[in-house]
Design a binder for this molecule. Sequence first.
Ligand code: S3P
Length: 448
Amino acid sequence: MSTASATPLSSGTAGPLSGSCRVPGDKSISHRALILGGLSVGRTRIDGLLEGEDVLATAAAMRALGAGVTRGGDGAWTVSGVGIGGLQEPDTILDLGNSGTGTRLLMGVVAGHDLTAFFTGDASLVRRPMARVIDPLERIGAHIVARDGGRLPLGVTGAVEPLPITYATPVASAQVKSAILLAGLSAPGETTVIEPLPSRDHTENLMRHFGAEVTSTPTNEGGRRVTVRGQPELAAADLAIPGDPSSAAFPAVAALLLPRSTIEIICVGTNPLRAGLYETLREMGAAIAFNNPRIEGGEPVADLSIRASELNGVTVPAERAPSMIDEYPILAVAAAFARGRTVMHGLAELRVKESDRLGAIATGLAKCGVAVAIEGDSLVVEGTGTRPEGGAAITAALDHRIAMAFLVLGMAARRPVRIDDGATIATSFPGFVALVNGLGGTITEAHS
Ligand code: S3P
């Protein structure tokens, strides 16, 4: 995959950003659209699919499992589904590249099918914990052989007769929830996941879109109980995927930090279970408006308008973490420019993302002259209300969001910032550099 050769990038002082743009399609929804389209009977047309490497790896895996997945000349994708139980055994290893979401969701799909599939990925993915899905999928009846610590490469032999289970997830993880619900599609009766805090609900929304019966109710402890009725007849159903709020976060924060900027980002997903960053930025004093709110493809979307703003430090509660779990790198950058202390609680999960993100954020900010500390599962950033020094070389550690966050920092800091490798940005946000530069940004290839 693209991570084979490093692409060093750098960014230096930029003027105001201005203009209107669209960010690529939502990564979470794109994976799910391909997978659930493949489990439905008939042809599903998908508009706005993210053509990032993570999603393309899921497309290739679904093809290897027997679904028809093609890209049309107009940029729309078509999935010819085979129905639940209709997938075939792949004759190659499924290489999911950098994608934890693709891996965990597909492990759930395979767990509910009478076949064996092998999974691997890049140097980041083979370090990530899979025991969190192995445990529930084995309860459903799958047999999984993995490396020490439940890591890739691993093999999944699906259950011949999958069992419906009720499973309380120790962490609020949409990937774990989705793996169980996807396996539960093959089981008779009801499969239930109880999560300690609500995580993104795109799997539930799309399962309903394709005709499954899914219920979701709050628990007394502040979590959610999600139940899917197994063995439904899923039917092909076209959909349009909104812009990814996690990708929009990068140009949005860049515009907040660069004085006199005003930008608009059209058709961004505003699902409340994904919108924690925007809520937090508003609490910090950010001028962000969600204009023309509407529903597209069963998901709320809006056109975002963002104006440069003076930010103040805030405390972000642990309960908000699932709704902005991918946004802490860029929030920490915003916090570095804010006036006063920002404390972000409940970040244990950041240790097991594409990199140890908690460590990567703290190390990178410290190199850029920002006072930062990790206290248990919390991150503390001391903003001075002025521009941090910057001027550092950052190791992105195969993590697209660390790369993008520090490139944003470099545009607003006193001195340029260099990233050792921006190749993984293409996993989630192909065209990031061109899009930001089109708004007035200053990201260039760095030569050693
Ligand atoms: C995702 C869920 C999150 C998130 C990831 C995408 C998904 O992971 O970090 O980028 O699409 O389900 P967890 O569910 O493990 O928190």
